[in-house]
Design a protein around this ligand. Structure first.
Ligand SMILES: Nc1ncnc2c1ncn2[C@@H]1O[C@H](COP(=O)(O)OP(=O)(O)O)[C@@H](O)[C@H]1O
Ligand SMILES: [Mg+2]
Length: 284
């Protein structure tokens, strides 16, 4: 996939775009024009509070925006972004994350909103500008502040995942730092759509997969595996139209959350299932 093809595809879904060499900007928000986005880009270049940084990307807070900037290999990944409008597996890379978020926004699903994307032709840095989730707190922070009981938080989380799945989106990277809630838990949003794709399995199966990836070391101090498992299985039961679907989904959940001593064959199967290239029911 050439970069120019990626740009062409991006311009199909963006509301406006403008070139101010060496930076390209695509604007996606109906409520903001190119000039106001350009002002935001310039402001971000001088001021920003770091929310998260690692080898491949950094997230800054700039005014009412969250700016996700990438460099190094991920910046290069922009060049090789796999943009497939014709395939259910969706899009990959930085450009992919932007395109996926646009799709989710267009379907009015609970997610942060993409304002614009920039790409610097000299430095190969790209940045995506999202509305900042001002009145929301992420799952992980609610958990560590211990202001809300975990079971209510899990109910809110499962409802959020359900909304996304019913909207036809398989998020693909559900964890406790990608889910945001208002303190009363009545409103919620997902972020980080880099590996999202169209839901291509049953609701129960998609839910089982998402909940298995959410089970990580940060939840373990707060809840026993068996309690988490029975809560997830209870919810899967309410989605399942038939018992075969329930059995497959439950099996998938148990396989994906199994401890490290899983035979090689099953570990390989887990990867294929997570990528959407294999069904749990095909695991022998
Ligand atoms: N729109 C947003 N509003 C508030 N915080 C955000 C927003 N987007 C990202 N963040 C913060 O930045 C962190 C990393 O963003 P994310 O897109 O999940 O990057 P990564 O791919 O590195 O996980 C999030 O866990 C969250 O704390
Ligand atoms: Mg994340």
């Amino acid at each position: 996939m050439s970069l120019s093809r990626g740009w062409k595809n991006l311009s199909v879904v963006s509301v406006a775009r403008e070139l101010r060499w060496p930076t390209v900007i695509w604007v996606f928000s109906a409520s903001r024009d190119v000039d106001s986005c350009w002002r935001l880009v310039k402001q971000a270049a001088v001021a920003g509070e770091v929310l998260k940084t690692d080898g491949v990307s950094s997230v800054y807070k700039v005014g009412n925006f969250a700016v996700k900037e990438t460099r190094g290999m991920t910046a290069l990944a922009f060049k090789h972004s796999l943009v497939r409008f014709d395939r259910v597996s969706g899009y990959l890379g930085v450009l992919g994350e932007a395109l996926n978020t646009v799709q989710v926004n267009q379907r009015h699903l609970p997610a942060h909103e993409l304002m614009c994307v920039t790409f610097n032709l000299l430095t190969l840095k790209s940045a995506a500008y999202y509305n900042f989730l001002n009145d929301y707190v992420c799952f992980e922070d609610i958990l560590s502040s211990q202001t809300t009981d975990l079971l209510s938080l899990l109910d809110a989380s499962f409802l959020l995942l359900e909304k996304m799945l019913v909207g036809g989106v398989y998020h693909g990277d559900v964890n406790i730092s990608n889910q945001f809630f208002t303190p009363d838990l009545l409103c919620s949003k997902l972020i980080d759509f880099e590996v999202s794709r169209e839901l291509d399995c049953s609701l129960a199966m998609g839910f089982a997969l998402q909940c298995s990836s959410m089970w990580d070391f940060r939840l373990k101090p707060y809840i026993e595996y068996t309690s988490y498992q029975s809560k997830v299985l209870g919810k899967i039961r309410s989605f399942s139209k038939d018992s075969a679907d329930y059995n497959d989904s439950a099996r998938l959940f148990n396989l994906m959350t199994a401890k490290s001593r899983v035979p090689r064959r099953l570990r390989d199967a887990r990867l294929l299932i997570a990528c959407g290239d294999m069904l749990a029911s095909d695991v022998r």
